[in-house]
Design a binder for this molecule. Sequence first.
Ligand code: COI
Length: 355
Amino acid sequence: SQAASALQQVSRPNSYSEDEYAKVDWDNLGFGITPADYMYTMKCSSDGKFERGQLAPYGNVELSPSAAVLNYGQGLYEGTKAYRTEDGRLLLFRLDQNATRMKMGADRMCMACPSIYQIIDAVKQTALANKRWTPPRGKGTLYIRPLLMGSGPILGLAPAPEYTFLIYASPVGNYFKEGLKPLNLYVEDEFHRATRGGAGSVKSITNYAPVLKAMARAKSRGFSDVLYLDSANKKNLEEVSSCNIFLVKGNIISTPATSGTILAGVTRRSIIEIALDHGYQVEERAIPLDELMDADEVFCTGTAVGVAPVGTITYQDRRVEYNVREESVSQKLYSILEGIKTGVIEDKKGWTIEI
Ligand code: COI
């Protein structure tokens, strides 16, 4: 397939710094922007074909004030990471999944989109050009952010006449300021993240600003983030602002099914596959809030977040505390996933590529 052949090939950028590591305080990385040297840009022509993508120094982009992305939110993003192996090599993880998701999102948002091959090739080029910004193993990762936007000018509501695909990168550490400590989640029962028939299942930029209000309110009360409920009945779990959610009860691991309102996370999928390989039963289904209150263990997954244990969940005036053990299911699955991503555990699934 297109994705498989793109995963095999690497096109190397013409020039990039050979210095082994950039000057970064690797011990104090959070999830802030520290721009890596190069960004990648590719525009589509009027027939919707993308060509002549190139790397250039990271910098501001110029947009028409009437660009569709600025006026009507016609934009998508992706998130993926480059990982260092112990001996300093660079691995990328399941890029075909990100590329396929961007294609699906572009279809939902009526946008022209680069091919899966082009997306994968562009991410590889960007990662390679910014290799020295990838933290040493154990200190963090290089977060790579592909964007697709309606960059052409438009006034009436319609798909943009031109699209721009852009990728930048930044070294990152832990997503949450809690670091690796268990999260305290607040169940939001006023605002919703997505509705049936909306764009909740794709990585549209329009899914993210609307969660800020609930998130800011929860953070001001000392919570780490917000857990959303389904908008139809306010009964079933959806996801957290920036990650998916899982429950563990005995040998059964459950997570909300991706039935249209939930983002099909790459980490979500990978944890499901690893859990199945290790003898757990995995259920993707509707999960009523009550089950959460009765779970042995709860954890979140995402590219940025990784696998984060949940310590408490608060819903209205009820608060549940989970017994977060060192030997938890989430910790076990996470170390396997991290092992594969960093080349410590043999990748029998063909998930990683070295560049
Ligand atoms: C990611 O996990 O890569 C995301 O895109 C979530 C984002 C809010 C950082």
